[in-house]
Design a binder for this molecule. Structure first.
Ligand code: PHE
Length: 350
């Protein structure tokens, strides 16, 4: 191997050992730099006679081209390797599942309210909503519960000054004020018929919503839900209450064998009054009476406060607890779970 072939080979080896572009530029300088080996050989040509200069020059030039070719090949190899490394580092795993948006859903108590509205809707009941900040008049007085009535103490709530029809002053303790609000509106709409002594279309309504009392334990929350029901007409009896409510409960719990008990009780705004208990024929709650609602025949004083003649209009009302119904339907044993807002609990109802 002559001197120049050896030079080309050592240059190729030097380039091969360079693992970064900077190393490669340093290796290049050794051969092609200002005082590199090739440059030095070129300078040495000057001292040669003309003929020799030609042949020797051509050989050096060949060696130079070979070194440049080796350099370019190595440059390309390093660039390819760098790109390869970069692609690997930034690799996108297209088989990874994407990030889903969490799916929201209705609260279990909302599901129950929808269910209640659907069932009573199919029986011809309207759905009404009223204010949670209520006046003394609608919450108590109009419901035959005057200021000094002992029944008020069981309904303790937050009060501020006021209490006239126009000045709400308390957080409503039940949905029963909606009996008066809705009936008064209904009567106003049909006042002309009433004045003419014509029969008025029946009042048939449910009123779901939030209510407030001082209780707080595993089965009572200071904020809870109620759903009022009211049916007033010329000839609506306690028997109708039993039929409607029994039908509702059996549909709600999808059990034709569900048993109901109307247990005598007292409310100032109904007479007679009854608590409604249910009993499941089978399952973990079988054999126990479970209270689900208060009810009764609307008191004549309340019918009068609705703007109707109690000699001509009669009917029933009930107030049930959707929270309780939700607990029974899904087997939840602590009411507070509904209001803690823990998604691990709530997502089970989707
Ligand atoms: N409002 C009563 C309560 O909260 C329930 C009820 C409603 C009773 C309608 C009779 C008629 O306890």
């Amino acid at each position: 191997m002559n001197e120049l072939d050896a030079l080309v080979e050592s240059a190729a080896q030097g380039f091969a050992q360079a693992t970064t572009p900077a190393d490669l530029e340093n290796a290049k300088a050794v051969y092609l730099g200002k005082s590199g080996r090739i440059t030095e050989l070129m300078k040495g040509l000057a001292a040669l006679p003309v003929e020799e200069k030609k042949t020797r020059g051509a050989i050096i030039n060949q060696a130079k081209q070979a070194i440049e070719a080796a350099l370019n090949a190595r440059r390309q190899a390093l660039a390819d390797a760098e790109l390869e490394a970069q692609l690997k580092a930034e690799a996108l795993d297209v088989s990874l599942p994407g990030r889903r948006l969490g799916q929201g859903g209705l609260h279990p108590v909302s599901l129950t309210l929808e269910r209640i509205e659907g069932i009573f809707g199919s029986m011809g009941f309207d759905v009404a909503q009223g204010p949670e900040i209520e006046s003394d008049w609608f919450n108590f007085t109009a419901l035959n519960t005057p200021e000094d009535h002992p029944a008020r103490s069981m309904h303790d709530t937050f009060y501020v000054e006021g209490g006239t029809q126009a000045a709400p002053n308390l957080l409503r303790t039940h949905t029963s004020p909606m009996q008066i609000r809705h009936a008064v509106q209904h009567v106003r709409r049909y006042q002309a018929l009433l004045d003419a002594g014509e029969p008025m279309p029946e009042i048939r309504v449910i009123a779901p919503g939030r209510t407030y009392r001082v209780d707080s334990d595993a089965t009572h929350s200071p904020m809870f839900h109620q759903c009022e029901g009211l049916w007033i007409g010329a000839n609506v009896s306690f028997k109708d209450l039993k039929v409607v409510f029994t039908d509702f409960c059996r549909t709600f719990f999808e059990s034709d064998d569900l048993v109901l008990r109307f247990r005598p009780s007292f409310f100032p705004f109904t007479e007679p009054s009854a608590e409604i208990d249910i009993q499941f024929p089978s399952g973990p709650l079988a054999g126990r009476w479970l209270e689900v609602a208060g009810s009764g025949q609307v008191h004549p004083n309340v019918v009068r406060n609705m703007g109707l003649d109690p000699e001509k209009y009669i009917g029933f009302a009930f107030g049930m607890g959707p929270d309780r119904l939700t607990m029974l339907r899904y087997g939840v044993n602590d009411l507070r779970l509904f209001f803690d807002g823990d998604v691990r609990f709530l997502s089970q109802f989707q």
